[in-house]
Design a protein around this ligand. Sequence first.
Ligand code: 5GP
Ligand code: MN
Length: 315
Amino acid sequence: MHQKPDGDAMGSALGLYHFLKGLNHDVTVISPTNWADFLQWMPGTRQVINFEMNKEKSLKILGEAQVIFCLDFNIFHRTKHLAIHLANAAAVKILIDHHQQPDADSFTYGISDTGKSSTCEMIYDFIVASGHDNSINTDIATCLYTGVMTDTGSFRFPSTTASVHRMIARLKETGFEHDQVHNHIYDNFLENRLRFIGFALTSRMEVLYEYNTALMYITKQDLQKYEIKTGDTEGLVNYLLTIQGIKFGAIVIDRDEERKWSFRSKGSFDVNQFARMHFEGGGHANASGGRSSHSIDQTVRDFKEVLKQYKNQLQ
Ligand code: 5GP
Ligand code: MN
């Protein structure tokens, strides 16, 4: 999975993990980095190895693996410091992903299907196509539901096809409790996070009506003051798109090693291209991310400068 795994990365990896375990395979899930606390409840998370905390063990497993499933990313550098080891691993590498512009040469087999809502949906398809859909149990269902739910904005984005709804119906037949998944992911934060969001909306948001764009920036001091952890800022960018007429939302957060951008759009404005062109990033047409090595103030200025080129597209 990619670094700082989200619900889809963790859900697809753990869904596949439970499925393959059920077929008596020897399976390990490795995350390139740590993950948000709100994913900790998922069945199997305690068995996931954090590469940054457990380099030796991870490298041993990578070295011995026959098959490596690469989930929810399609270019090795999305796995940060794991990338070089993935490249060097002798195993068969299978890509299952739904982002744009895969680095196909890095993988032995696989698919990056941008028509799919989530990597979890693709794991479901993989299980069904393997003829083992009877083995889908509540653990597999819970993990796969989590990723589809988070990647579709709770089943609202255009990627939520009829097939997605059919898949959810099939998962529900296992008896897993979907309301508990929503509670774990969306209703399980500390008070400080909600106060932080209030502060950010009041003091760190700028609406550029000329461009139908809303921008938010979060400084290091803000993160420290509100004791913000990995995962606490997830979803913040979506508030920007709730303003009437806003088609493009961008947030930049001053992380330790870089300024990390998240971009979201509604309609035809392609934030994957925008992130690739200007902020060393990528993703999907309506949801992408990128980075800058400039200061927070400078990268905000850079953003406003490049935005000028898109005035027509955004109007
Ligand atoms: P988020 O804003 O939630 O971090 O990411 C939104 C989407 O863009 C996710 O699908 C994520 O995988 C992708 N993404 C985020 N950052 C980057 C990046 O730096 N490079 C690429 N290629 N994709 C990214
Ligand atoms: Mn995904």
